[in-house]
Ligand binder design. Sequence first.
Ligand code: PEP
Length: 254
Amino acid sequence: MKSFDKIIVANWKMQLSLDKAKEEAKEMKKLLSKAKIGEDTVAIVCPDFLAMTEVAKIFKGSDIILGAQDTYPGDTGAHTGEVSLSNLKSLGCQYIIIGHSERRAMGESDDSINQKVKAVLEHDMVPIICVGETYDERKEEKTNFVVIHQVYEALKDVKLKEGQQIMLAYEPVWVIGSGQVIDANEADRMSQIVRQSYIDAMEGQNLEALSILYGGSVTPETVNRFTSLEKIKGVLVGGASLDGESFIEIVKKA
Ligand code: PEP
């Protein structure tokens, strides 16, 4: 799969009605076709599962790639309420968010995240693994430990085949949806911790497969603060991705 130097991911969560999702997808497609985006930039949109089929039809033939917000760690089978990787792939979905803090808060375990990462790679898709500390963990000076631990657990026994990619999104949980922005120096420091954790977890292998993203209240006004950092290749965007115009502005300014 092609790798990119600038990666902008929209996480629509459960925020849009089906009609609104279709409307924003059309707007994004129209605006992106007019924007002058380099070949090295990719826009990935992760709608909810219900909107996926319709949004996939809209993005077909455009430069926007479909992603998913989660997955079952395996294929079709007797798993009530789940969605299989092969069905996601058949829609053109190439990227899967795993371990978002909102799912961790609902009880998703490190083990489940690890199984999903392996399953996504087995299907030759790209996992976007979210890591980050809560406000209390930061106050208790556990930030580094939490992030190192989450990266290690997510990548336990992961083996990459030639050309496969992994994305690690550092998202301070207390910043998500808050409108606050962290200091560029702190984002830079955390990106180095994420990178080193990946190197240690992968025993020094496959560094070329890694892309680090930043997420947390990113807007068109703040995106460049993060994407200009040497080790950060892109951003994961929630709130500001719900509006087509604002998301494409982020893509343009990244
Ligand atoms: C997110 O949910 O991953 C996120 C970054 O959301 P927001 O941009 O709204 O903070």
